[in-house]
Design a binder for this molecule. Sequence first.
Ligand SMILES: *Cc1c(COP(=O)(O)O)cnc(C)c1O
Length: 389
Amino acid sequence: MSMRSPDFTLAAGPTTVSARVLSAQGSPVTYHYDPAFLERFRTLGELVGRVYGTENDIILMQGEAVLGLEAAVVATVRPGMKVINLVNGPYGKGMGYWLRGHGAEVVEVETGYREVPTPEMIEAAVLANPDAELLAVVHVETPCGTVSPLREIGAICRDNGVVTLVDAVASLGGVEIHPDEWGLDICVSAPQKCLGGPSGMSMLAISQQGWDLIAKNSNAPRDSFLSILDWKDKWLEGEKFPYTPSVSDVYGVFAACEQILEEGVDAAVLRHARTAAASRAGVLAMGLELWPLDPATAASSATAVKLPAGLTDSHVRDHIRRRYGVMISGALGAGDLVRLGHMGETARSLYPIIGLSALGQGLRDLGCEVDVGNGIDVAMAALSESPNL
Ligand SMILES: *Cc1c(COP(=O)(O)O)cnc(C)c1O
């Protein structure tokens, strides 16, 4: 017999999607050059620009965010080019492999995975490497549940003429990000995290400085699934598709964007912050430890919880999924932790209580001493302090 679907998906993406997104995905599949679809796709670019709050060009590539990230690397990196890469988690680490793989001379600013780099560290690296052309940063290192000081990073890079490549996959819609004000040049995000949409699309916002850097790279791919330039030349400049978009996903992402714009992006960011604050308070009140060493660096989109000694993330997650029908996220190699996602739909109401009770009781079932009642009490008190948005 096949396994029943979980009752609650509180993972760090893909996450629970709304009925509105689900039904939009069930819309009739149109031909991609049907005028109605062309209008949809054009409007989706505008909606994504509004979610980002940017005037920069929007490129929508039809593949999970890893496509957009890899496309940004191959578009920008020339052999021998110097790149500063901030590494404080698995996504930053992976970015370094890509950068080096395409011939960049990579200077890594590395911290432990329970920390984030400080503006002072970044400024020192930028000043010590005046020939660096690009700096890569992961805004929210989802596997560690941490958020980097992106506003300051953007300012340092802009002041020193360094182009920024930002993995904003787990921040857009849930954590404050302002590409234009903060001087962020190439942002890559996706719908399946804080926007509560389907996975399967990369959403890029590219500034003129970003395009100028790409223009310097004579090896930037053309006529390739990985080509950002194909999308610029064909879609932005002529409404032709380099390849067929995933039509159903486009409808789903459209609904997810409409939904967050109706709510207001700032309101959604507050909703994520409120849910995360309740989760963190509950974790601590149960007697557990947060993974981020400084709570001020804890991200609003996922709460990473250090596991008590002797347990593995897969053991804990399997137990919680089987016993309680709740799916939470593992560590993705970041350390001995599990993660309670609060993204999109699950960043409201009593979802954090479900996550906390499943985790707390699950750990107790496995022999740990956890004060589940106190955790729920404190988390509920935190939630009762502000309205359910
Ligand atoms: C989810 C996520 C991605 C996309 O990668 P997948 O693991 O394939 O979903 C990229 N970067 C960050 C920071 C993410 O959270």
